[in-house]
Ligand binder design. Structure first.
Ligand code: DMJ
Length: 673
């Protein structure tokens, strides 16, 4: 059917494409213009409005699209889930009806050999210990000696310290800016005064000399205070620009929304309690009491909301005894349950907590293995507290299915599982990083949570660690750093996500609980590697992913690809430092953590409040701030740093609590016997 109006529209939008000659083009332009004039005023207005609207939409969506593109590799953007069937595992919490079948395992030494015959004798020998590391090439002198000529505006504002050096005539020579304050180390301030007193710029030689000076030990109490100060600074930004929203965007001084549930505030509750920040805690509690509502038509990711919100509320309830938090935990826990209504009982990734509906990601029916196997600590605890077994039953069904599933390689799991079939998909790739990491963590921690009674969890954990040794462990050249690579169809890719740095801490926790001593040896080696991932970068901050040299041609053990140079303020390394210090009392772990805190203060602290993810850990002049403070910076990173520096080892005793994968401590269940 002929439609003049449609033809006009087409000629308007596509006219130039079809012009064949100047004459034709002229004709067409004239005819376009004529036809445009023939349109009614209303029609013309509508078309112009539509074009303007599309243009504005394009402009507005650009930043969020690029943000998404950048975040594609971030494991925190997860979308999948698994299923399970009924069967074996079930830690019955104290107070719940049925009793755990015997097979009590008080410690690894007591595990009957038939449970895991070959696990007690690892078949793969430990890798040789790496030699003591050289000091990383001199990239990082004390702040004052680092020329910061191009320091970006976001780093220097709002009353931050600014030291202007003068030449011998008193003229202005150069500015050295310290972008933090309060959390300062006396030793560095001393160095600073010394060098500026000469009235000269620090040379590279000066910097190297200063860097090699033995740092004055900063007292634990000062370090603890420095963490409190960092938290207050982050909170200041959150309060001013993002109060009640999910995330602070500290540079643009606004907020970002993910679920619209005050994610940062909830994630930070128990941190404030542990740090003793009473005023901040009180105002946050008020918000939870008066503003927080889960009755919202919003899709949330099951895993992320479980570990951050449910986990955060449960731990805050335990620490404070305040039933407000338990009531909120019950509310969100119940609203998440529709996720488990799938053909396989492996939960979907997304739940609408207002409508009670759930669905997988739009592009797949696969779920991420780490996501479906890292919600168990929280739901099991919810059942224990409510005496309602539905939560525990749902998550243990997942555990049972994964336990029995084919497709593992020496205890290592693939990254995806299908919500319809309940089978692993996209087999052949194995990692301890994104999409698989916390599966291993939760095997051990559930075993501990339930009082070391669930032998299948322990069996799976021990097999997996042997699987890591056999398939993924390698050493770098030239320094023999031990790392955990990734396996792809039988080929080892020598790369490691920063996420894998949870592993030293988990291994140490297992060894502390009676698992083989060589787990601790491996933990020591991997901890060194994770430390080097920070120490060898120009900013002192780790990249998201490190590539390791097996045969170094450039003298470096670690390379970083341009796309992997970001740092999201992640916690895994300081988490492991905390465990390693608690179990060894070796002060070097505190020193390493202190270095990391200083680098966060130097390169990620935003003067007006908050800390930001950065895009380039190799560029101290422009670390490329990304304008986002993830909730786990307050929920995890600063909490672990505080606990690392605290001399009170009874503060969240590791014999009484297990930390969920978002650093929320949950109690180890009291023995029913
Ligand atoms: C956190 O949400 C959790 O630690 C999770 O297990 C991994 N990703 C982030 C921190 O890096």
């Amino acid at each position: 059917m002929y439609s003049p109006q449609r033809q006009d529209f087409v000629s308007l939008t596509l006219g130039d494409q079809y012009s064949r000659s100047y004459t034709n083009g002229k004709h067409r332009r004239q005819s376009c213009w004529r036809k445009w004039k023939q349109l009614s005023r209303l029609q013309r207005s509508l078309i112009l409005f539509l074009l303007a609207f599309l243009f504005i939409c394009g402009i507005l969506s650009y930043p969020s699209l690029t943000e998404q593109w950048r975040g594609l590799s971030d494991r925190s953007i997860k979308e999948d889930w698994v299923e399970m069937d009924n069967g074996g595992l079930r830690p019955i919490p104290p107070g719940l009806v049925p009793k755990i079948p015997p097979g009590v395992v008080p410690g690894f030494q007591d595990i009957p050999p038939e449970v895991m015959p070959e696990i007690q004798r690892p078949s793969i020998p430990l890798l040789p210990k790496p030699p003591a590391m050289r000091k990383p090439p001199s990239k990082r002198g004390p702040p004052v000696l680092q020329k910061r000529g191009n320091v970006s505006d976001w780093q220097v504002k709002d009353g931050e310290e600014e030291i202007v050096k003068r030449d011998e005539d008193g003229g202005k020579e150069a500015k050295t800016v310290i972008s933090w304050r309060g959390a300062m180390i006396e030793a560095e301030q001393g160095t600073e005064l010394q060098s500026t007193a000469h009235g000269k710029e620090g040379t590279v030689a000066d910097a190297e000399k200063a860097a090699s000076l033995k740092p004055v030990t900063v007292k634990a109490v000062d370090r603890v205070e420095a963490v409190r100060e960092a938290f207050r600074h982050a909170w200041k930004g959150y309060k001013a620009f993002a109060w009640g929203h999910d995330e602070l965007k500290p540079i643009s001084k606004t907020h970002g929304e993910w679920f619209g549930l005050g994610l940062t505030l909830i994630d930070a509750l128990d941190t404030m309690w542990i740090l003793g920040l009473k005023d901040e805690f009180a105002e946050a509690r008020k918000w939870v009491e008066t503003e927080l509502s889960f009755s919202k038509n919003v899709d949330v990711n099951l895993f992320e909301s479980t570990i951050r919100i449910l986990g955060g509320l449960l731990s805050t309830y335990h620490l404070t005894g305040d039933t407000l938090f338990l009531d909120k935990a019950k509310d969100i826990g119940f609203r998440l349950m529709p996720a488990f209504k799938t053909p396989s009982k492996i939960p979907y990734s997304d739940v609408n907590i207002g409508k009670g509906t759930a669905h997988p990601p739009r592009w797949t029916t696969d779920s991420t293995v780490a996501e479906v196997t890292s919600i168990q600590l929280e739901f099991r605890e919810l059942s224990r507290l409510t005496q309602d077994p539905q939560y525990q039953n749902a998550v243990e069904e997942v555990t049972r299915q994964v336990h029995r599933l084919e497709g593992k390689r020496d205890g290592l799991v693939p990254m995806f599982i299908n919500t319809n079939s309940g089978k692993f998909t996209r087999r052949g790739a194995f990692t301890l990083g994104a999409r698989a990491d916390s599966y291993y963590e939760y095997l051990l921690k559930q075993w501990l949570q339930g009082g070391k009674k669930e032998t299948e969890l322990l069996e799976d954990y021990l097999q997996a660690i042997e699987g890591v040794r056999k398939n993924l462990l390698r050493q770098t050249s030239p320094s023999k750093l031990t790392f955990v690579g990734e396996l792809s169809n039988g080929h080892l890719n020598p790369k490691m996500d920063h996420l894998v740095c949870f592993l030293p801490g988990t291994l140490a926790l297992g060894a502390h609980n009676g698992l083989p001593a060589d787990h601790m040896d491996l933990a020591l080696q991997l901890m060194e590697t994770c430390h080097q991932m920070y120490a060898q970068m120009e900013t002192g901050l780790s990249p998201e992913i490190a590539h390791f040299n097996l045969q170094s041609s450039n003298g470096r053990d670690i390379d970083v690809k341009p796309a992997d140079r970001h740092n999201l303020l992640r916690p895994e390394t300081v988490e492991s430092l905390f465990y390693m210090y608690r179990f060894t009392k070796d002060s070097k772990y505190r020193d390493w953590g202190w270095d990391i805190l200083q680098s966060f203060n130097k390169y990620t602290r935003v003067p007006s409040g908050g800390y930001t993810s950065i895009g380039n850990v190799r560029d101290p002049v422009n670390p490329a701030p990304r304008d986002k403070m993830e909730s786990f910076f307050l929920g995890e990173t600063l909490k672990y740093l505080f606990l690392l520096f605290s001399d009170d080892s009874e503060l969240i005793s590791l014999d009484k609590y297990i930390f969920n994968t978002e650093a929320h401590p949950l109690p180890i269940w009291p023995s029913t016997s």
